[in-house]
Design a binder for this molecule. Structure first.
Ligand SMILES: Nc1ncnc2c1ncn2[C@@H]1O[C@H](COP(=O)(O)OP(=O)(O)OP(=O)(O)O)[C@@H](O)[C@H]1O
Ligand SMILES: [Mg+2]
Length: 598
């Protein structure tokens, strides 16, 4: 099941990958020709034993003139050794390139698939994963997979190829010596497998600790101002040293374990070599084994021991790889948002009709209860309500950033959830309560709303949002970088940039979710006026905590605890007891006091 993700990602590069593995097998064959050349040279050229060769080769041997021929041309075995080494190198190189090329391509595809899927995840499903977690899935988890397919899987194939060539080769030369030569190999393999399975957990703990440390680092660097403002540097430093020390401690433990592993397994390898050498020498002295055969065995063994030592590690890492694949799949399994272009595209004038609208968050908390209201095209609506009363939630429903779970919302008579999302969002524009600016130029941030916007249009939108003058104050104008490595905009400037960005879409419905809270009242009035003249019939919905803003609208909806509890014009609402009146009194009295104080 998990492998399916991998197989899909490898589509298109599977052949290259398999060709790489085949080249690896060929390279292994050439590697093991070396010991045979040594054996024949020692036994049948230097000594005088009949060569043990397969039939066609034996024919060549006698046709050339047998032993005497080679005895006068000792450079020939040397050249043959060199040739096998070169061919082995050549095929290893081919293998390296092929597996690298195909696995990098697969990994690139995997990364793209993840990125595109994340881009299309439904708004609310994003909450299931934290940002750091998603980043880790797209980077280090993918890297684990990359390591496996480009390095570890070929390593498994190499070891298997080696064993399947070496063991029959050894058996054909001398069964008794084969037993001696492989006696400790299963022990070595078992030890390596058990060891790496055991330290696997330590590796994971080290990774987790590193992730905690980098999350903390990222958070405190991003929040450095808050840290300074509260004078919490010392506290943060202490917290960081804790993480840092924990990481050092875990890393040290792993390194210690590894040191132990390498010494014990080296010792076991030496024991194995010693066993073959001593046992083999005894057999040579007894005359049952030739020097050439013993030399061939010793050479084969050198090639074999290291891969066997590594095999345990590679197999243990397979666990890591399947965890990583599982983590990718967890994201890829979340169904993506319905196609943005699926649905009808009605002409929108800006009339909204909400009937019994209900909404619950995935955690089960119902936030909106039976919302009813009619908004006419061109009407200016204000929304007031205490914190948490559901204003932003309602706003998200109107642009279908969330889907309402009950009731009906119609725009000019068309049910909202039958309209193509992209189309709807080109008709209903929202300035979100927490606008996000990218660390790009002002122009690029604005063009996010409409990639093809002309400069005049950009300036027009910026003028309406009272942002053009701000931009003119920067030496690089619209090409000024904002955010990190650029100018730092004030809270109100950011909000005006976000507003200008939304205005670029020039939609019949405009929703401002408390989007001018940081803009001073005078500038805000100016913006409202500019908006008015911008489009003859613009339906606006302004969520605000400011009475001066709300007073300028045609009708105000008062929300409390997910319900509309009152609605009417400013003059009506201040004259009847209720939430609106209380807020008005508070703000009004405050304004009067200010005036009196001069
Ligand atoms: N993603 C979410 N999952 C679960 N509950 C949420 C989620 N987002 C908001 N809520 C809850 O929904 C309720 C309404 O939140 P909402 O953001 O709509 O309030 P609001 O009226 O816009 O408040 P404010 O004036 O502070 O902006 C709150 O109780 C909030 O805790
Ligand atoms: Mg809100």
């Amino acid at each position: 099941m998990q492998l399916k993700v991998l197989l899909v990602a490898m589509r298109g590069s599977r052949r290259t990958y398999l060709a790489g593995l085949a080249a690896l097998a060929v390279a292994t064959i050439f590697l093991f020709l070396g010991p045979q050349i040594l054996r024949i040279t020692l036994d049948s050229v230097l000594a005088n034993e009949p060569p043990r060769l397969p039939e066609p080769l034996l024919g060549y041997w006698s046709n050339l003139g047998g032993r005497t021929f080679f005895l006068h041309r000792l450079w020939l075995p040397a050249a043959a050794l060199a040739a096998t080494a070169i061919l082995q190198g050549l095929f290893t190189c081919v293998q390296g390139r092929a597996t690298a090329r195909s696995s990098e391509a697969a990994v690139e595809r995997l990364r793209t698939a993840m990125y595109n899927h994340i881009q299309r995840l439904p708004y609310l499903d994003m909450d299931r994963f934290s940002t750091g977690d998603l980043i880790q899935r797209c980077t280090s988890d993918i890297d684990t997979i990359r390591r496996f397919i480009s390095l570890e899987a070929p390593e498994i194939v190499r070891t298997l190829a080696m064993l399947s060539i070496a063991v029959p080769m050894m058996l054909s030369m001398d069964p008794a010596l084969t037993v001696l030569g492989l006696a400790l190999v299963p022990v070595l393999f078992g030890f390596s497998l058990l060891f790496f399975l055991r330290v696997q957990r330590a590796f994971e703990r080290m990774d987790e600790s590193e992730a905690r440390m980098s999350t903390m680092l990222q958070e405190s660097i991003t929040g450095i101002r808050v840290v300074r403002a509260f004078g919490r540097q010392r506290y943060e430093e202490d917290r960081f040293s804790q993480h840092n020390e924990e990481f050092r401690h875990l890393t040290f433990g792993v390194i210690n374990n590894m040191a132990l592993y390498w010494s014990v397994s080296s010792w076991m390898s030496m024991l194995q070599v010693g066993l073959l050498l001593v046992g083999g020498s005894i057999l040579v002295l007894q005359g049952s084994v030739s020097i050439g055969v013993l030399t061939a065995f010793l050479t084969i063994q050198t090639h074999l021991l290291f891969p066997v030592r590594m095999l345990g590690r590679v197999l243990a890492n397979m666990g890591q790889m399947s965890v990583a694949l599982g983590r990718l799949q967890e994201v890829l399994r979340v169904p993506i948002e319905q196609q943005l272009d699926e649905g009808q595209r009605p002409e929108v004038r800006g009339g909204l009709s909400l009937q019994n609208v209900e909404f619950s968050y995935p955690d089960g908390s119902q936030v909106l209860h039976g919302i009813n209201c009619e908004i006419h095209p061109g009407e200016r609506i204000g929304i007031l309500g205490p914190t948490g009363s559901g204003k932003s939630t309602l706003v998200h429903l109107l642009a279908r950033l969330f889907e309402y779970s009950g009731g009906s919302i119609r725009i000019d008579g068309v049910e909202l959830n039958t309209i193509a999302k992209r189309h709807l969002r080109s008709q209903v524009a929202v300035v979100l309560q927490e606008p996000f600016l990218f660390a790009r130029t002002i122009r690029e941030n604005l063009r996010l709303a409409r990639a093809g916007a002309r400069d005049e249009e950009i300036i027009e939108a910026a003028r309406t949002a009272c942002f053009h003058e701000v931009v003119n104050g920067f030496s690089q104008g619209y090409d000024t970088m904002v955010g990190e490595r650029g100018v730092t905009l004030s809270g109100g400037q950011k909000q005006r940039l976000a507003l200008a960005r939304t205005l670029l879409r020039d939609t019949p419905v405009l929703i401002l979710d408390d989007a001018m809270s940081a803009v001073d009242t005078e500038t805000e009035a100016e913006i409202r006026q500019a908006l008015e003249s911008r489009r003859d019939r613009l339906t606006t919905i302004m969520v605000s905590h400011r009475i001066t803003t709300l007073a300028a609208t045609d009708r105000i909806l008062v929300m409390d605890d997910g319900r509309i509890v009152d609605s009417g014009r400013h003059e009506e609402l201040i004259n009847r007891p209720g939430l609106y009146q209380r807020v008005w009194q508070l703000q009004h009295q405050f304004a009067l006091q200010e005036e009196a104080a001069g």
